[in-house]
Design a protein around this ligand. Structure first.
Ligand code: C2E
Ligand code: CA
Ligand code: CA
Ligand code: CA
Length: 278
């Protein structure tokens, strides 16, 4: 009955609000450096031409005793809303650069790490300066770092953002546009943006299964990116047929469960040993 539904709805709302509040508390502790709830997993990206792992994408997770593993799709929006993404983002960058140094120690000095950076992070005044200082302090070569930004950069702040990207790119850091094709990017602006790479969203890769490629524009996106002198990473590749299409259409790199799920540091190093050392 109606009344029962309302009560049920209220309870569900209440538990959602409660969970959000608890996540917020966890984020505050991480931001204050009080707890090490946050860690990274690394998903390999395969260079389709060289047939080796050229980089890993760093993906954050939170592990709390009370809430278990909290996925980024749940905590990143809360971190953005509360602006806690700024201090937490710094922590994430620190963890990623630490792994880069570990890779170097193991002899993998050309393997890169990409980090997801939120628009809010990028828009803080000292983002570039803080990053350059951290690279310097930790002795990391900027050319080993890739920054992934989403199409939200094509917003009101385009000029300001593009200036920052130009400075980052000039230092040797690579810039990738994440989830390409799903948001509201415009081709004209794509051309002006100081970037190196387009990551084609999984949506376009999903279209490549089953073998019915007639309607897909994935190949056209790859050609267009190449005309703009960007290299292309395909995201969310799960099937061999998708890989075949991508190779056939000149895609540069790919990422997805077909290669590997995101891995802990040790497993990532093991994988490198297996794939890159042969
Ligand atoms: P994203 O940047 O598009 O990352 C790719 C997501 O797709 C990851 O989910 C990854 O685990 C998943 N994935 C990779 N290959 C496959 C595949 O073959 N099939 C399927 N079904 N999924 C695949 P994850 O780790 O849950 O991250 C979700 C999103 O959260 C990321 O999407 C990114 O937007 C955001 N995120 C993660 N870590 C960070 C971070 O440190 N900072 C910020 N700002 N955002 C982050
Ligand atoms: Ca990404
Ligand atoms: Ca993506
Ligand atoms: Ca995504």
């Amino acid at each position: 009955d109606q009344h029962f539904n309302y009560v049920f709805f209220d309870q569900e709302m209440e538990s959602k609000i409660l969970r959000k509040r608890k996540i917020k508390e966890v984020l505050e502790k991480i931001a204050a450096g009080e707890e090490n709830y946050i860690y990274l997993q690394f998903q390999p990206i395969l260079d389709l031409k060289a047939n080796h792992i050229c980089s890993f994408e760093a993906l954050s997770r939170i592990k709390s005793n009370e809430l278990g593993i909290i996925p980024p799709l749940e905590f990143i929006p809360i971190a953005e809303e509360t602006k806690l993404i700024v201090p937490i983002g710094k922590r994430i960058i620190f963890l990623a650069l630490s792994f880069l140094n570990k890779l170097k120690t193991q002899g993998y000095d050309s393997v890169k790490i990409s980090i997801n950076v939120s628009l809010i992070q990028l828009l803080t005044n000292d983002f570039n300066a803080t990053l350059f200082a951290l690279l310097e302090d930790m002795g990391v070569d900027p050319t080993n770092l890739i920054i992934e930004i989403t199409e939200s950069v094509f917003s009101d702040n385009f000029c300001e953002i593009n200036k920052k990207l130009k400075e980052l790119k000039a230092s040797g850091i690579e810039i990738a546009v994440d989830d390409f094709g799903t948001g509201y990017s415009s081709l004209a602006r794509e051309r002006e943006l100081n970037i190196n790479c387009l990551k084609i969203d999984k949506y376009f890769i999903d279209e490549l299964v089953p073998l019915n490629h007639n309607g897909t524009i994935t190949g056209d996106i790859i050609s267009m990116a190449h005309k703009l002198e960007h290299y292309v990473v395909a995201e969310g590749v799960e099937h061999e047929v998708q890989k075949e299409y991508l190779i056939e259409h000149g895609c540069d790199k790919m990422q997805g469960y077909l290669i590997s799920r995101p891995l802990d540091e040790e497993a990532a190093l093991d994988l490198l040993e297996g794939v890159n050392d042969v």
